[in-house]
Design a protein around this ligand. Sequence first.
Ligand SMILES: [Zn+2]
Length: 250
Amino acid sequence: MALYRTDAVVLGHRNLGEADKVLTLFSPDKGKIHVVARGVRRPRSPILAGTQLFCYSNFLILENKSLDSVSQCEIKESFFRIRQSLEAVAYGLYFAELLRASTPLEDKNKQLFDFFLKTMYLLQESENPEVLSRIYEIKLLALNGFTPELFRCVNCGKKNFNIIYFSPSMGGILCRDCIEKDKKAVNITTDTLNVMRKMLTKTYEELEDIEIKEYTKQQLQEILELFIEYHIDKKLKTTQFIKDVQSFHS
Ligand SMILES: [Zn+2]
C-alpha cells in the first residue's frame, strides 16, 4: 500500500466507530477527499491536533482499498483565532459547508484551494465577516463555474437599464421587458448590482475598504442565498446558525 503526502484544510468531520473520525479534507493536489483518522478520539492521539476543524496541515496518508487513512499530520496553521469567537466560528463553518456542498469529490482545483485558504486567513483577521461572506459566496460560485451575468440582461442581452431584476435560476440580471421569463426574479437596486459587480471582478485586497449600505447588505444576502440554494439544491445547515449568532450580537 502506498503513502502520499499532501497539504490540506480540514473542512468537516464525523465520528466513526468508537475512536475514529472520517475527515473531509480539501487539498491543492487532490481536491475534496474523505479520509479516516484512526484512534483520533482517544486522548493523546498524535494526529489529534492537526486534524481539528479548519486546521491547515501537512498529511501523510496511507492508501487503502476503501477509505485512505491519516498516518501522520503536522499543523501548518491551526486558525485558532477563528475558534476564539463564536461569530468567526459560525462563518468558518459556513465557508467550509458551502465549499463542501459546491465542490465535487477528487476534483483538483489549486486556484479554488488558494482562494479558500486566503479566505480563512482573512476571516481570522476580519472585523466584518458579513461582507467577507458575501464576497466569498460570489467568488466561490464563479470559481465553481456559476459566474452570474451582471453586465447585460441574461435573456435579451441588453446593457444599461434602470429597473433591474435578478434571476437565480437564469443566473443573472433581467430587464423589465424580460421579467416574464422568470416569475421568481427579484427586483434589486442599482447600488446592489454595482456592489455585486465589484465583488465579482475585484480582488479581496481591492475590496478591503468597500462600504455597503445596510439596505444593500440585506438585499445582497437575500439574493445570494437564493442563488446558492438554486445551484446547490439544498438548504445549508449553517445559514441559520449565522443568523442566530448575528441576532445575538445585534
Ligand atoms: Zn432583457
